[in-house]
Design a protein around this ligand. Structure first.
Ligand SMILES: NC(=O)C1=CN([C@@H]2O[C@H](COP(=O)(O)OP(=O)(O)OC[C@H]3O[C@@H](n4cnc5c(N)ncnc54)[C@H](OP(=O)(O)O)[C@@H]3O)[C@@H](O)[C@H]2O)C=CC1
Ligand SMILES: CCCCC/C=C\CC(=O)/C=C/C=C/C=C\[C@@H](O)CCCC(=O)O
Length: 328
């Protein structure tokens, strides 16, 4: 009998999650029915949305999340043995699934990544990558020569947004929480400037680095950071509101409404599954840019399924650069 290790969301998060909020259990894996396949986790994602969505989750269920898993048994010809699949299977080592979409998130066999590792299927060539690709290009509609600000710039989504902005000919200012991250952004990823929100005055720095104002803001953080960037937006500027991680562990993110009205800003929130029908378009374009050397990525890998809670908490505390991944 195959058994799956599963992390249950066992206690309501209060502030920053604790490892004791999770419970590791074992479940017997049922025999396959026609149309089903059995997949073994290879790389599991830890994402900020898990903290945000947990507010609405009942305790006692498997913690939600995406993973890249290898099919080890199959009664579904679309998911052959040996293929890598992306599925919203949660924090579990083994999953019996039928390939159905979960909360608009498609379940799919990874496209051919060539020499690139399958772990990218939970990062730059998966949901975070498409978040950057569609969330930035569709909503900010960047133009050559414009000034783009990205908050959460050194993370899975932000680090891709800034590079896409450079590909589109923009001046890019990244906001992140350490000098080491800032050095990576400027020296390796080609960002024009970096602001450390923990040690520098964002408003003063933007007046210095973007004296003609900000045209596009890709917001991963919300809160005071967003308030200050908004005050430096140009008239008819565009804001793609991707998330508000500054508020996930505490009081709901506060977003100043005034500049939106006064400067007639276009602010649009989104959930990446809006583009589920164009999912492979994003992955193919991002993969092409990587192979052309126009797009770089970094993964912060934690070894061992049993370290999922630690990896999740470390990510929320800023311990990752690039995509946080757990190697099962
Ligand atoms: N709308 C959508 O469909 C999607 C939205 N998102 C959102 O995008 C954002 C980034 O996600 P993702 O790239 O996966 O995560 P990251 O890889 O960026 O990891 C989270 C990062 O957030 C930063 N952070 C944590 N707390 C704060 C804080 N209080 N203030 C400022 N920064 C903070 C940390 O970096 P630092 O060292 O810089 O503080 C940390 O590394 C999140 O808000 C997430 O919810 C992600 C995917 C899809
Ligand atoms: C101002 C408050 C903003 C709160 C925004 C909350 C979350 C933003 C975010 O991170 C969204 C992520 C979207 C992920 C999309 C698809 C899947 O990976 C998640 C599916 C959810 C599930 O049930 O597994």
């Amino acid at each position: 009998m195959v058994k799956s290790k599963v992390f249950l969301y066992n206690k309501k998060f209060e502030g920053l999650p604790k490892e004791s909020d999770f419970k590791l259990v074992e479940e017997n894996v049922p025999a396959l029915k026609d149309g089903e396949f059995l997949a073994e986790a290879a790389y599991l994602s830890v994402d900020p949305y898990m903290r945000a969505y947990a507010v609405g989750l009942p305790t006692g269920i498997p913690m939600i999340g995406g993973q890249v898993a290898k099919v080890i048994e199959s009664k579904n010809s679309k998911f052959p043995v040996g293929s890598y699949v992306h599925g919203q299977f949660g924090w579990r080592t083994h999953t019996v699934d039928n390939g159905a979409t979960v909360n608009m998130m498609p379940t799919y066999v990874l496209p051919d990544f060539g020499s690139l590792p399958p772990s990218l299927g939970v990062g730059i060539l998966g949901m975070p990558g498409n978040t950057a690709y569609f969330g930035f290009l569709e909503l900010c509609q960047p133009k050559d020569g414009e000034t783009v600000v990205v908050s959460g710039a050194a993370g899975a989504v932000g680090s891709i947004v800034g590079q896409i902005a450079k590909i589109k000919g923009c001046k890019v200012i990244g906001i992140a929480g350490s000098e080491e991250k800032g050095k990576w952004l400027v020296d390796e990823l080609g960002f024009d400037h970096f602001i450390n929100y923990k040690t520098q005055d964002i408003e003063a720095m933007l007046k210095k680095l973007a004296p003609k104002g900000v045209d596009c803001y890709f917001d991963n953080v919300g809160g005071e950071t967003t308030d200050k960037v908004m005050l430096n937006m140009n008239t008819f500027g565009r804001i793609s509101m991707c998330g508000a991680i500054s508020g996930y562990n505490g009081a709901p993110a506060k977003i100043v409404q005034f500049p939106i009205v006064q400067k007639q800003l276009k602010v649009e929130g989104f959930i990446v599954t809006r583009w589920a029908d164009r999912w492979m378009e994003g992955i193919e374009q991002l993969s092409k840019w990587i192979k052309e050397g126009k797009l770089k990525y970094r993964e912060t890998v934690t070894d061992g399924f049993e370290n999922m809670p630690k990896a999740f908490i470390d990510m929320l505390k800023g311990g990752n650069t690039g995509k946080a991944v757990v190697k099962a």
